[in-house]
Design a protein around this ligand. Structure first.
Ligand code: DSN
Length: 482
């Protein structure tokens, strides 16, 4: 089907759908229209966001949403799951083929769910199963109260080593306020204070000293690639399970930009991801595993998860089918090339970047040079139609709420067709905003508002510059709503 006919059919589908929604709750129909207009009219640089295809979006709006299907394919706790079985099998098959993984579990509703499934499958594999064997029980229901208490104690005394939040790790990698930091004894590895780069010798030394059950690799704000062969070596040296969270860069793995030692899937015992970031699918999560962990991961529902979202699993299957097309490899390469262009655009304008650049899809801009916090920079940029998110930088003096950085990502605007020149111009527009923003004098007052002042005329001028780029690369071209 041609792009033009897809756009025409999509316009018709949404036009009709919005009329139906309008007849029940017009304010939701209006907000839905407005969201499209807002996304079309701004530079989306949030590194974890993207624009899914109409096929993916349409797949989510069906009656699969109405179906309960707890359990696994062919082994459900509900009747009439034959079509859900088709959907889940197809999504898992596409995931296995795309990533070359022995096993794929496509039920997690989000990234944190995927990570919880991974944690509990590791605990099941390494703690529960050996304990049951030792005690001669088939499952936990057969344990005496005393044995159960002792197993619970063992569950609660395991160790996890992950990357710290301000070095670019994720909340779910052992950050104490998150459940991952509460269910495990945790320690964190950081990046080199001078270079901002991951130092494998430091990770190895920490792992040797702490002896974690789980070594977590992966990041949500680290602008560099990771050598997963080295991380596996470290895990093996200390007898840990290597879990890689590739949520941010799954699209770069799928698109064969990260290959060899940079592809986590062959090296990790368990790999988790979301499906909506660089992978460009529906919002959701997924777990890939080596055979050794497959049966444990398969217990995700009901061990950790509620009923799978069948409509989202269907959309995962569609997105994964898209990612298996050769064009996706071009897209993934463009994401990485564009991140380099964006970084160069900043560096030629004397901006300060964490690690001095990028070799993935993320650019982490340190805004202290402009006398701003991340929060002030984020707000000023938003006034000018540039959507980013504030982010900590390593050893951030401003903490995780105000922060000192702005995290930028290229997946979404690459989907719109932005290339080198456009990203250079994006850097120019961002620097124009930041050099023309004055910090407020106090953090007091309404805590929901950042305090800053953008010089007169800058917001309009930058928005006009953004509009020029956005008009050249329309979002969902041909999709028209009256
Ligand atoms: N919220 C996602 C991100 O922005 O990186 C990760 O959870």
């Amino acid at each position: 089907m041609t792009d033009a006919s897809i756009s025409q059919l999509t316009s018709g589908a949404y036009e009709q759908a919005l009329k139906v929604i309008e007849s029940v709750e017009p304010r939701i129909a209006a907000a839905t229209r407005q969201e499209l207009a807002d996304q079309r009219g701004s530079l989306k640089l949030i590194a974890s966001e993207n624009y899914a295809s109409p096929a993916v979006l349409l797949t989510m709006g069906t009656w699969f949403s109405d179906k309960y299907a707890e359990g696994t394919v062919g082994h459900r706790f509900y009747a009439a799951c034959q079509n859900v079985d088709t959907v889940e099998s197809l999504a898992a098959e596409h995931a296995r083929e795309l990533f070359g993984a022995p096993y794929a579990y496509v039920q997690p509703h989000s990234g944190i769910d995927a990570n919880l499934v991974a944690f509990w499958s590791i605990l099941a594999n390494r703690i529960e199963t050996p304990a049951l064997k030792r005690l001669g029980a088939k499952n936990v229901n057969e344990l005496t109260e005393a044995d159960w208490e002792s197993l619970r104690h063992e569950f609660g005394n395991q160790r996890l080593l992950g990357m710290s939040l301000d070095s670019g790790g994720h909340l779910t990698h052992g950050f104490r306020p998150n459940i991952s930091g509460k269910m495990f004894h945790q320690q964190q590895y950081g990046t080199d204070p001078e270079t901002g780069l991951l130092d494998y010798d430091v990770v190895r030394a920490k792992a040797k000293e702490f002896k974690p059950l789980v070594l977590v690799a992966g990041y949500s704000a680290y602008p560099r690639r990771v050598n997963f062969a080295k991380m596996r070596e470290i895990a093996d040296e200390v007898g840990a399970v290597l879990m890689v969270d590739m949520a941010h860069f799954a699209g770069l793995v799928a698109g064969k930009v990260f290959t060899g030692d940079e592809n986590p899937v062959p090296f990790a015992h368990v790999t988790t991801t979301t499906t909506h970031k660089s992978l460009r699918g529906p919002r959701g999560g997924m777990v890939l595993a080596q055979e050794e962990f497959a049966a444990d991961v398969d217990r995700g529902c009901p061990m950790v998860l509620g009923g799978p979202l069948s409509h989202v699993m269907a959309a995962k299957a569609v997105a994964l089918a898209e990612a298996r097309q050769p064009e996706f490899q071009t897209y993934a390469q463009n994401i990485a090339d564009n991140a380099k262009s964006l970084a160069e655009g900043f560096l030629t304008r004397d901006a300060k970047l964490v690690t001095g650049g990028t070799d993935n899809h993320i650019v982490l801009l340190d805004v202290t040079k402009y006398g701003l916090t991340g929060r002030q920079a984020e707000s000023a940029l938003l006034d000018a139609g540039v959507v980013t998110n504030r982010n900590s930088v390593p050893s951030d003096p401003n903490g995780a709420w105000y922060t000192s950085g702005i995290r930028l990502g290229t997946p979404a605007l690459t989907t719109r067709g932005f290339g080198h020149d456009e990203f250079d111009r994006v850097a120019e527009l961002i620097v124009e905003v930041l050099t023309n923003t004055q910090p407020g004098t106090t953090k007091a007052g309404d805590p929901s508002k950042a305090s800053y002042a953008l010089a007169d005329g800058v917001a309009d001028r930058v928005q006009a510059g953004a509009d020029e780029l956005l008009e050249k690369h329309p979002l969902y071209p041909g999709l028209e709503l009256s």
